[in-house]
Design a protein around this ligand. Structure first.
Ligand SMILES: [Zn+2]
Length: 411
């Protein structure tokens, strides 16, 4: 079926407004899960559209449900539901771009380009609203805070995100801009694991303090902690397939006060990066086992706390292929680039993709012609090109239109 207007055409027509919105968001970044000003800006930008809007109880989220009016509407029919995600939070970075729309909030910056994601998702909402007579399902628009931490997806899931349309979301899509990794406008991603799980590991080796001259009356945690740090590295190389990597780095080890006092306890803190849910779970078990048993071998105990991290971001192979084909169809072959390896960064969207199949695609947004000379995401000098905003809007809208149509099609 030929549509009256194309998502890309509509996105290009509304580009000036979307860019203005992006710049307004860029001027006023906020941090974490409390984004009152950003939330208000998003609500204002959605004003006038026929949407069912709820805001978060725990966090400054916005969930908007857009009802399609296309296709048949037989009673009791299960119409497809697609979720589109845009994150809204900034970073504790002092902006040094010199842009005329640079951050006006001291010590805060949209250094990861989430302002482009938010404006892009508003654009998708406007496009889909325009084309809602052709939309044969419903769309859940997820404006999330806290992507950079402490995490906004989990509270949104607890508050019923996936059931917002009255039926469970069938599939979910999100995009992320990159300031330096690929040329401007080039989309990239991979099927399966795309980003790592990042977990914080805290181990306390519990001994018994005493006099440094008489260690046999004490249970010294210091040599046990040292042994444990090395044993953990050996465990990683001996217990895991190198082609599904596990990275474990002890970044902090702390114990004691002065040279002649044996302390009661030693603390170890590490970061764990894994690239498959299987290895993540097994790494947790192995770390516990090594910590407890090395300690036990010397008559001490260990308590292990692992958590706080985002899971592996996994692209469903079918949804990924569908999203990649949509990119190629919309923007052309030269706008797609395969991503051979996953990245060691982590992404809050992973919690949504654990619940429903979906795809997370990246797009190059550098402002210079040679992207290798650009500053990376999170840099105080990171720059993102405005032209990517309408592209994000068009792609998200197009994914929702095509996927609902495919899911609704009989057979
Ligand atoms: Zn980011």
């Amino acid at each position: 079926m030929q549509r009256v207007a194309s998502a890309l055409g509509l996105a290009q027509a509304m580009a000036p407004e979307l860019v203005a919105l992006r710049r307004e968001l860029h001027r006023h970044p906020e941090l974490g899960n409390d984004l009152p000003r950003t939330q208000r800006t998003v609500l204002d930008a959605l004003d006038g559209l026929d949407l069912e809007i709820t805001t978060g109880r725990e966090v400054s989220s916005v969930v908007a449900v857009l009802r399609g009016r296309g296709g048949s509407r037989a009673a009791g029919e299960e119409r497809p539901v697609v979720l589109l995600r845009g994150d809204m939070d900034g970073l504790p970075v002092t902006e040094a771009t010199g842009l005329d729309y640079a951050s006006q909030e001291p010590g805060l910056m949209h250094a990861c380009g989430h302002d482009l994601h938010t404006a892009g998702l508003v654009g998708a909402a406007r496009i889909l609203h325009e084309l809602r007579d052709e939309l044969v399902g419903d769309v859940v628009l997820m404006f999330q805070p806290g992507e950079e931490g402490p995490g906004g997806a989990e509270p949104m899931l607890r508050e019923g995100l996936l059931e917002a349309a009255g039926r469970r979301v069938d599939t979910a899509y999100a995009t992320h801009v990159y300031a330096a990794e690929r040329p401007r406008g080039v989309w990239f991603g991979r099927p399966g694991p795309q980003m790592a799980a990042a977990d914080e590991v805290r181990i306390t080796v519990q001994g018994k303090g005493g006099h440094g001259s008489q260690p046999h009356y004490a249970l010294d945690p210091v040599p046990v902690a040292c042994e444990l740090v090395l044993a953990l590295q050996t465990m990683v190389t001996r217990r895991f397939d190198v082609f599904d990597p596990v990275v474990l780095t002890v970044g902090r080890i702390a114990s004691g006060t002065v040279n002649n006092v044996i302390p009661d306890a030693a603390e170890i803190e590490a970061t764990l990066r894994t690239f498959s849910p299987e290895h993540r779970e097994r790494a947790h078990t192995e770390i516990r086992r090594v910590a407890e048993h090395i300690s036990a071998a010397h008559g001490l105990t260990a308590s292990v706390d692992i958590g706080g991290g985002y899971p592996v971001t996994v692209n469903d192979p079918d949804e990924f292929a569908f999203a990649r084909d949509t990119v190629v169809d919309l923007f052309g072959d030269d706008r797609w680039s395969d991503m051979p390896e996953p990245e060691a960064g982590a992404e809050d969207m992973a919690f949504v993709l654990e619940e429903v199949p979906g795809a997370y695609l990246n797009v190059g947004a550098c402002v210079v012609d040679d992207h290798t000379t650009a500053e990376d995401n999170h840099s105080p000098r990171a720059l993102y090109d405005d032209s990517v905003v309408p592209d994000i809007a068009a792609l998200l809208a197009e994914l929702a239109l095509r996927r609902t149509a495919a899911l609704a099609a009989p057979g």
